[in-house]
Ligand binder design. Structure first.
Ligand SMILES: NC(=O)c1ccc[n+]([C@@H]2O[C@H](COP(=O)([O-])OP(=O)(O)OC[C@H]3O[C@@H](n4cnc5c(N)ncnc54)[C@H](OP(=O)(O)O)[C@@H]3O)[C@@H](O)[C@H]2O)c1
Length: 272
């Protein structure tokens, strides 16, 4: 019944990244719900997993005993204790995937048995609507097979790319936090329309659809955004007048500064 021959066990099962990914995986039939075992100390978040047809436990070791593919998704300060607890049960057949922010592959490898197949994954919020942008990096024990498995499983939740580990903090600055910059821009777009007389709810919906359409064209055409932007500019027209205002407000430099600030903050938090 399980086309992948794997069992996805989950130690740490919050409402965040894992819950957003797993229902999609289950719906697509990539992993049967009955093959997923989620673990957490309390039932607070486990109810949602049970409602999706998954099995749950309060025992992390049970996840290791039953699963080949194990996702770790606790808060960072909890993780060392969980790794200490599961370490004796981790074997060469396990693939351990950590979503825990700021915890490096080096740390994961140090706290797990030598040679463990470890991968580090960073999702973002739109995984909830299967339009996520995820990157992952593999540890020294993980090979092409494990990377291909993870990519194949998660591609149903959005874009999933393998990257060098040093890109993970940049991904946080670009995409994890970037979702909030885009909301700010959407809000400003809509407010502009409200100022000019359009009702707020209509303006918000049109702002969202404008972002969606622009993003879709960028992905589907593969064109550089500067080219697509140029295509919208009629000489002497409305768009170039508006773009001039955005340039006066230093939009580009401000957004680049934002990505830099979030990336540096992610790096600092990882050091802590
Ligand atoms: N939220 C996001 O969009 C996002 C994106 C990228 C990465 N991340 C990372 O993903 C991780 C989880 O985030 P979240 O928002 O889902 O956090 P969360 O809501 O706090 O969920 C953490 C889960 O871990 C469980 N837990 C606590 N101690 C445990 C233990 N000893 N063994 C097993 N499970 C344990 C908690 O159980 P209880 O329910 O019983 O407390 C809870 O269900 C964080 O490291 C975060 O940095 C989050």
């Amino acid at each position: 019944a399980d086309p992948w021959g794997i069992y996805a066990g989950l130690a740490g099962s919050g409402p965040g990244p894992l819950c957003s990914m797993s229902p999609r995986l289950i719906r697509l039939g990539k992993v049967p719900a009955s093959s997923i075992l989620a673990s957490a100390p309390s039932d607070k978040n486990l109810d949602a997993w049970r409602e999706s047809g998954c099995r749950t436990t309060h025992c992390n070791l049970e996840v290791l005993q039953e699963s080949t593919l194990v996702f770790l998704a606790t808060k960072p300060h909890i993780l060392p204790g969980v790794l200490q607890e599961i370490r004796p049960a981790v074997g060469s057949h396990h693939i351990v995937v950590s979503l825990v922010a700021g915890v490096t592959l080096q740390t994961l490898q140090r706290l797990l048995p030598a040679g463990t197949k470890v991968l580090r994954l960073m999702p973002n919020l739109p995984c909830v609507v299967q339009a996520g942008a995820m990157v992952f990096a593999r540890g020294s024990g993980a090979g092409d097979e494990e990377a291909a498995l993870l990519k194949s499983l998660l591609s149903s939740c959005g874009l999933c790319e393998e990257v060098p580990e040093s890109y993970i903090n940049i991904h946080t600055g670009l995409s994890g936090s970037g979702v909030a910059y885009v909301y700010l821009f959407a809000e400003a777009l809509a407010e502009g329309a409200v100022k000019m007389g359009m009702p707020g709810s209509l303006a918000s919906r049109i702002a969202a659809q404008t972002l969606l359409g622009a993003a879709k064209m960028m992905l589907e055409s593969g064109e550089h955004p500067a080219k697509l932007r140029g295509d919208v500019c009629t000489p002497g027209g409305t768009t170039i007048h508006a773009l001039h205002q955005l340039e006066k407000g230093a939009l580009r430099a401000t957004v680049m500064n934002a990505v830099e600030a979030a990336t540096n903050r992610a790096r600092d938090m990882a050091k802590d």
